[in-house]
Design a protein around this ligand. Structure first.
Ligand code: S3P
Length: 428
């Protein structure tokens, strides 16, 4: 599908976004590990979370998703049944990596795969530490999926220092730790999103090496009622449009304000946008609130180091904002962007260039010299949901018409995106 639109003078109004993708995956997986019925409200409607649901169904987990409330009838960590065919994680790295942690502890053989893009993404980051725990995993060429997971004679706990900040790797190892003899400790020198720790009520201990989280086979996951917070990574697209377009004001209602996810709001403030946070409350152990962003003159910023994991998924739209900011925006320490659903450094740089921005590629990021204007162009989504949506925002602010090719990839995390964008955009 091609999405075509002309620029709009402003964006105005309030909106809600579907449930957070990271929390939704975990709510499903953790419910399946519990014994009893869990209820999930506000589950993400995206394709990635559907992939988690269908993998769990293939493993024999009963899930009722007929109404607004998704019910998961978990029967405990050894209740899964051997799947008849390969488990398909689709485009979802979170599904594949977290599920592999659970499958490593099972007494049956399974194979987990994904679409063309996911099968190109690196899996060594989980295969190596899981193998160190005693898991029997055979990866395909270049340490990619499909991953064949054989029953192991027994997993053992390890202490593992993450070489890169990754909540997917951390969570995969903590889940495998539920099946291991002894304690499994994951050490994060740089903090990544902590939904797993919050939802499983795991202690995060600060030590000289960073943050340490420990699990053992004693961990019992109880069935729960989850109210999934709105996804800040989805809301970010409209909040960015509000910051860029003159006379704009947009409010995202009920989005997660978990500090490991709010780097984007910090960048908005650093750039000079007007940001108001109201009605702070709690949902499923996460702080949530309503966030309003109003346009004002934006300035370039430098982003790197420990900020990166707090806004990793927002970097494509930050690239677009940078084109509308005065001066230079530098993003560094973000080389893992090259191993997301696309090489996002290339996607950001090429697409911004196509729209007339002054942008430079670096190995671990990019530099945008803001000119305050973009022109419409034909843009490729790179089959990457966040690239499709970031450049739809660019199209809203640009002069002339923009076409996003393969825009349907937005459905991976946010099927409602284009409808909400068209509703919030003020007509010429
Ligand atoms: C996620 C963690 C991040 C993020 C991804 C979702 C998660 O990936 O980019 O969209 O739910 O754990 P990494 O853990 O690979 O950094």
């Amino acid at each position: 599908m091609n999405y075509e639109r002309r620029g709009a003078p402003a964006i105005r109004g309030s909106f809600t976004v579907p449930g957070d993708k990271s929390i939704s995956h975990r709510a499903l997986l953790f419910s399946s590990l519990a014994r009893g019925k869990s209820e999930i409200r506000g589950l993400s409607t995206g394709g990635d979370v559907k992939s988690t649901m269908s993998c769990l169904s293939q493993l024999g987990v009963k899930i009722d998703h007929a109404g607004d409330v998704v019910k998961v009838f978990g029967e405990g960590k050894f209740s899964y049944s051997k799947p008849d065919s390969m488990l398909d994680a689709g485009n979802s790295g979170t599904t594949l990596r977290l599920l592999t942690g659970i499958l490593a502890g099972q007494k049956f053989e399974s194979t987990v795969t994904g679409d063309e893009t996911l099968c190109r993404r690196p899996m060594q980051r989980i295969v190596e530490p899981l193998s160190e725990m005693g898991a029997k995993i055979v990866a395909s060429d270049n340490m990619t999926a499909p991953l064949k997971i054989f029953p192991s004679p027994g997993l053992r706990g390890i202490r593992y220092e993450l070489p890169l900040p990754s909540a997917q790797v951390k969570s995969s190892l903590l889940l495998a730790g539920m099946f291991a003899d002894g304690e499994t400790t994951v050490v994060e020198p740089v903090e990544s999103r902590d939904h797993t720790e919050r939802m499983l009520k795991l202690k995060k201990v600060k030590s000289p090496s960073g943050f340490e989280i420990t699990v053992s086979s004693d961990l019992v996951i109880e069935p729960a009622e989850y109210d999934v917070a709105g996804d800040i990574s989805s809301a970010a697209f409209f909040l960015a449009a509000g910051a860029i377009l003159p006379n704009s004001s947009v409010t995202a209602r009920g989005i997660t304000l978990n500090p490991t996810r709010t780097g984007f709001l910090d960048v908005l403030v650093m750039m000079g946008a007007k940001v108001q946070i109201e009605n702070i409350r709690e949902a499923a152990g996460e702080p949530i609130g309503d966030v309003t962003v109003m346009h004002s003159e934006l300035n370039g910023v430098e982003i790197g180091g420990s900020m990166i994991p707090r806004l990793i998924d927002e970097l494509p739209v930050i690239g677009v904002m940078a084109a509308y900011a005065k001066g230079e925006t530098i993003v560094r320490d973000a080389d893992d962007l090259r191993r997301k659903e696309s090489d996002r450094i290339v996607a950001i740089v090429d697409n911004l260039e196509a729209m007339g921005a002054d942008v430079q590629e670096m190995d671990d990021g990019f530099i945008v010299n803001g000119t305050g204007r973009l022109h419409g162009a034909e843009i490729d989504s790179y089959k990457d949901h966040r690239v499709a949506m970031a450049f739809a925002v660019a199209g809203l602010a640009a002069e002339g018409a923009t076409v996003i090719r393969n825009a349907e990839w937005a459905q991976i995390s946010f099927p409602e995106f284009f409808d909400i964008l068209d509703k919030l955009a003020v007509r010429n």
